[in-house]
Write a protein that binds this ligand. Structure first.
Ligand code: ADP
Ligand code: MG
Length: 228
């Protein structure tokens, strides 16, 4: 059952992100088209090169957005492995950025340091957990705000903090967090948090939340560190 729910939740997120991805891809394509159109005109050779370079760069950008999304959407290679937390967070941030842009949410990574710290788990599941928490954060800020992702390293433990400046939760909502089908959203599934708690448990970690209504929410995930 759990596996089925993990899958259902993943499909939901993948399809939800699709709209923001196509929106985000349209920008570089439009810019690229514009510069290519200019090449029809009589312009100096050095300008032509500039325009062509811009057109190519923008096309590369479009490919990158799509590739990041597809790597996330791809089904999982199973089995535990060492996961570089910093790298994994960066990847999840890339995938969520189009949705954040659509919601005028800034992603603050200034306190994201500690490269090369590894934890043990199934990469795709961990990614799914991060994505759901990031997505919830963005969705909690319909009028914009900041999603801050930071890492604190305690040698045997690494702590991931995901803080938003969104609507926050009531005491009652906090208590129900992780309960299957608990959602306050019109089109929510209420599966994301349940799946995320389970994934963190499977990695021998723990997740806690602090939230204040009208101020925001902070999720903290603590995971045991493994050494290479
Ligand atoms: P869904 O996102 O489909 O509603 P989740 O399991 O991901 O389901 O989240 C359950 C509920 O927890 C949300 O509907 C929301 O009420 C609450 N929640 C989760 N994260 C946040 C957050 N960052 N800020 C405010 N509320 C949140
Ligand atoms: Mg969710």
């Amino acid at each position: 059952l759990l596996q089925a729910l993990v899958k259902a939740e993943k499909l939901e997120v993948v399809s939800h992100l699709a709209a923001s991805i196509s929106h985000e891809v349209r920008n570089p394509l439009t810019v690229s088209r514009g510069f290519m159109q200019l090449l029809h005109e009589d312009i100096p050779a050095n300008k032509r090169t500039d325009y062509l370079n811009i057109a190519v760069r923008e096309l590369d950008r479009a490919v990158e957005i799509i590739s990041d999304y597809l790597t996330y959407a791809k089904p999982e290679a199973k089995g535990s492995e060492q996961i570089d937390v910093y790298k994994e967070i960066h990847h999840a941030v890339k995938v969520i950025t189009p949705l954040a842009n659509m919601n005028t949410v800034q992603i603050d990574l200034q306190k994201l340091n500690h490269e090369n710290v590894c934890v043990l788990g199934e990469r795709k599941l961990f990614e799914q957990c991060l994505m759901n928490i990031f997505k919830n954060g963005v969705e909690a800020m319909p009028h914009g705000g900041t999603l801050e992702i930071s890492l604190v390293y305690y040698y045997s433990t690494i702590q991931i903090n995901i803080r938003d400046t969104g609507e926050g939760m009531t005491e009652k909502q906090i208590q129900r967090l992780g309960e299957p089908y608990f959602t306050t959203k019109e089109k929510g599934t209420g599966l994301g948090m349940m799946v995320s708690f389970n994934i963190i448990n499977r990695m021998n970690g723990k997740m806690s939340v602090s939230s204040e209504q009208g101020k925001g929410t902070c999720f903290s995930i603590e995971l045991p560190v493994v050494y290479k």
